[in-house]
Design a protein around this ligand. Sequence first.
Ligand code: ZN
Length: 334
Amino acid sequence: MNLRTLTAERSLLSIFTITLVLLCGVPISAEEKPIWDWDKEEILEKVGRVRAGKDLTPQSWPDGNRVAVSLSFDVDTEPVWLAFTGQVTPSYMSRGEYGARVGLPRILRLLDREGIPATFFVPAATYIIHPSVGKLLRARPQHEIGFHSHIHENPLKLSADEERSVYKKAMEVVVREAGKRPVGFRSAAWDLTESTVEIVKEMGFLYESSLMADDRPYQLLSEGKDTGLVELPVEWILDDWPYFQLAWSMNHHGLRQPDDVYEIWKAEFDEAYEEGTTFILTMHPQVIGHRHRIRMLRKLINYFQTRPGVWFATHEEIALYVKEQSRRVEGSGE
Ligand SMILES: [Zn+2]
C-alpha cells in the first residue's frame, strides 16, 4: 500500500468516524466490536468493574436485635429539577421549595415524636438556597448528614477532574453547614462513573449507598479488589420517588395510593425481619412530606415499633457496626 493510498484511507476513516460521532453523539471507534462478538473475558471485564463482595450481615445486631431499620431522606429540593431536568420555572422551583419549607419540618416532627434517628443526604446547594435546612438538622445531632453532590449534577456527564473538583467544592459547604465531615456517599444519579469509587476512597468515606446488588449490606469491590467501602444498597422499590412523584419531564407518573406502597414496604420489612438483615428506605421531603404520605410513613414506623428486636439506626451506625463485626469474624478465623 503506497503512502497516497494510506493517506486517502485514513481520510475516509476520519470522515466515517466524524459522521458516526455526529449521528450518535458519542465517539465510536471504527474498530470497536459489536456486543455480540465480545468473548467471555470481554463480557466479564465489562460487567465486573464494580461488584458486590461479601455479604456483611452480622451474626447479630446490637443488643440482640433482629433487624436494622434505617430511614434516609434525600433533601434534593430545587437542585433535582435544576440539574436533572433543566427546569427553572416557578412551578418546579416551588415543588423543591415545598421540600424545605413543609416536607422537612413535617418529617422532623414525626421523627422527634417517635424518637428515631435517620440519615439526611443533602446536596450542598440545598444549604445555600435554604439556610433553614442546616439550622433544623444541626439542632438534631441524633441524625446523620450524608454527602449528595453539589447541585444534584449528574456525575455521568462529568469528566474525572470535574467530578473530583465539584465534590471537593461541595464538601467544603457541607462540612461548614453540618459541622462535621460526612462519612456516607450517595450519588445524585444512583450510579457511578469510572472514577467515582476512586474519588470516594480518596475523600475518606466509610460507605457508599447508590447500588443494588443485594438487599443486605455488602463489601464493595472495584476491579475485583476490596475497596474497604461498605455498600448500603438502595432500590427503586424502596424509594418514594417512582411511586409518588409526578414528573412529566422524567416520564414519571406516580401518585400511587399510599396504602399500596405501605403494603410493599411492610412486606419488604417483614422479610428483612425474617432474614435478620437490613431494611433501608430512601425518601424525599418534597415527595413523602405531603400530608397523606406522612400519615402512611407514621403508620409504617408504628408497625415496626410493634415488632420486638428492631434497631432503628443511621446509615453510619449500620456501616460502622457491620464493618467492625466483619473484622472480628476475620480476626477469629471463622
Ligand atoms: Zn437526590
